[in-house]
Design a protein around this ligand. Structure first.
Ligand code: ZN
Length: 283
């Protein structure tokens, strides 16, 4: 079997297998009309992005104060999501990357490059709360799991296909077996990569939802915080939105903004200030 064909046959099912985890929380349902309305509104009120120059010391202080304020109010939400330790730590990096990410189950890293575009404390809090949301929903754990599933599935499928292709081949010698073993290793590595691809749209929406609840609990202004969605969609390299260079891990766009607004309305009328679970939640 040619190598591209082997890749297609093995990796397509691996890809489908890994793209399966659903949200444990009920995500807002955005209609086409709501999407269109948000899009028009943003197009009409669009102002060019600008940067707000603050010192590293200010950013460090802001980030630590905001993280603490979110944490002080997060306990019921941590409990609800089954997060053992309601402990998150935000690290500020003075690098110019347009990025922020969650790692190690508790760590959040935010870069100056991205923070400089944010105007209010509510926006910075939204960024940090969103990354906390990825932690609360265990999106990174799923990724490690998916990477393992992807590697195993790709390895098994490749081995089966190579075995079948050589079943009646008397000339399948030890050299060829060695080559086959290397092929299996390569396919496993590719399978792992597919399994751990960046966050899905649904994961981003779930992190937004949990982030919004965290913000509300800590008393931040959700209507002011939403500006971060517009900023992310507008960042250099992302003009025209839909996908953020904010690494491939954070697809952005009008859709998220529209969903955010529905979430804000949901939180306003939700006395428990805890997100609703999906009916089919299996975690
Ligand atoms: Zn995200």
């Amino acid at each position: 079997m040619s190598s591209w064909r082997l890749r297609t046959v093995v990796l397509l099912p691996v890809f489908l297998l890994c793209a399966c985890a659903g949200s444990a929380h009920r995500l807002p349902n955005v209609t086409d009309a709501e999407l269109k309305q948000t899009q028009e509104e943003i197009a009409n009120s669009h102002t060019p992005l600008k940067t707000y120059d603050r010192s590293d010391a200010t950013y460090r202080k802001d980030v630590s104060r905001i993280t603490n304020r979110l944490l002080e109010n997060a306990q019921p939400l941590c409990k609800k999501t089954g997060y053992e330790k309601c402990f998150f730590q935000t690290v500020y990096s003075a690098r110019d990357d347009l990025n922020a990410f969650a790692s190690d189950g508790y760590k959040i890293t935010v870069y100056r490059g991205l923070l400089q575009y944010l105007e209010s404390e509510d926006e910075v809090a939204a960024l940090i709360a969103h990354e906390m949301g990825h932690h609360l929903a265990r999106h990174n754990e799923e990724k490690t799991e998916n990477a393992n599933i992807g590697a195993a599935a790709a390895g098994i499928l490749t081995a089966v296909l190579i075995g079948a292709a050589n079943a009646n081949n008397p000339y399948y010698d030890s050299y060829q077996q060695q080559q086959s073993a290397e092929t299996i290793d390569n396919m496993m590595a590719i399978g792992a990569e597919i399994g751990s691809l960046s966050y899905s749209k649904e994961e981003e929406r779930e992190a937004d939802l949990l982030g919004a609840y965290l913000l509300a609990r800590a008393g931040y202004d959700l209507r002011k915080a939403e500006r971060i969605m517009v900023v992310l969609a507008d960042l250099p390299g992302n003009e025209g939105e839909t996908r953020a260079g904010l690494t491939d891990t954070h697809p952005m766009g009008i859709e998220r903004l529209a969903a955010w607004r529905k979430t804000v309305a949901e939180i306003d009328s939700n006395p428990s200030k805890l997100p609703y679970a999906t009916d089919t939640a299996s975690r």
